[in-house]
Design a protein around this ligand. Sequence first.
Ligand SMILES: Cc1ncc(COP(=O)(O)O)c(C=O)c1O
Ligand SMILES: [Zn+2]
Length: 412
Amino acid sequence: MKKIEGFRCVDCATESGLQETKYTCPRCGGNLSVVYDHKALRKRISRKSLKADPERSLWRYLDLLPVSGRAGIPPVAAGWTPLYHAKKLGAGLGLKGLHLKDDGRNPSASFKDRASAVVAARAFETGEKTVAGASTGNAAASLACMMAQRETKPVIFVPRTAPPAKVAQLLVYGATVLSVDGTYDQAFDLCREACDEFGWYNRNTGYNPFTREGKKTCAFEICEQLNWKVPDFMFVSVGDGNILSGLWKGFTDFHALGLIDKLPRMVAVQAEGSAAIANAWKNGGPIRPVDGRTVADSISVSLPRDGAAAVNALKESKGFAVTISDREILSAIPALARGASVFAEPAGAAAYAGLARCAAAGTVREDDSVVIVVTGSGLKDVASAMKVSGRPHEVGTSMATVRRVAAREKIS
Ligand SMILES: Cc1ncc(COP(=O)(O)O)c(C=O)c1O
Ligand SMILES: [Zn+2]
């Protein structure tokens, strides 16, 4: 079955074919969106067919992905992560219907596994040998994980400042790791140059049109896991804007298929020091690069690589952007852990920090249904967590000190 009609540019709407176009719009260089034949797909996909599908990974949506068979699917289960009704966490903000999608539960412990799984499968089908990618850390770790069992390992460009746990993942999975003495943006450009020169297949976020496709599966899962009750708001932490635009693509694909009759309002949560998308949304102008500095390394981006699609998603969904300080991001880590038992890395906790602001301001109200996406595990960046987690009590080996601590802490 031919399920894909082609690409449409997110900037100028020019259409192009899957065979002739590899990465970006042949007319303006903008990022591309994959257009599906929804009419044909309506005959194959229904709430009933999805309910009957025993597959518990993002590959339950194979019909809606740019992959034709199962041969190139990486042999680890990406997607179908838990969605929790976060009652305690929600009560703290005065919200009854707060849900938390824990994407830190993916194989390499971040949301990025969704995109890398799809790009790896696509690369296999189209006969690409060497796959390369630039990353703040998670996209690379996920690509390395998805391709670990392949003969040709990926080439990764990563800033020297990436948290050690993410670099360890890359090395353990056997990727060729090129440590860039610069920012994520510089790594991104260097990767593109190298791909042009060596003919490597480029996984770079947004630039490769299939990253958004993998990411949209999270929205599909949320619809199913909420028993088709689409939330009023989706809170998402944003760097390049590809997770946000991917989630929006998922909701709009399901809407076009008649599976849902409502769309959520998308909320982009950015760090104050890395807020190019929030600025563009507020000013109504084009995306302008910023300095890109925040404790949340995964959303530390100067020039967002899927910014236009993210701003489109905010506009189309009647959503908005909110910015938060690094202090709010760090305090969100123990708040999430203690309120919902989920340990998030700074960028993963940022969405909650954005929601806390909006709940306090009354932008989000008691009866609104809200989903926050936790995009990465706290084990990715323990050093940041330790800044706000407190310290252990030093007791040496003395029972007397244990008694003193118990009394002081009122532990009976
Ligand atoms: C944990 C985490 N959260 C959020 C993001 C932001 O995603 P995007 O850059 O697509 O906006 C990333 C991207 O690296 C990430 O790794
Ligand atoms: Zn274009």
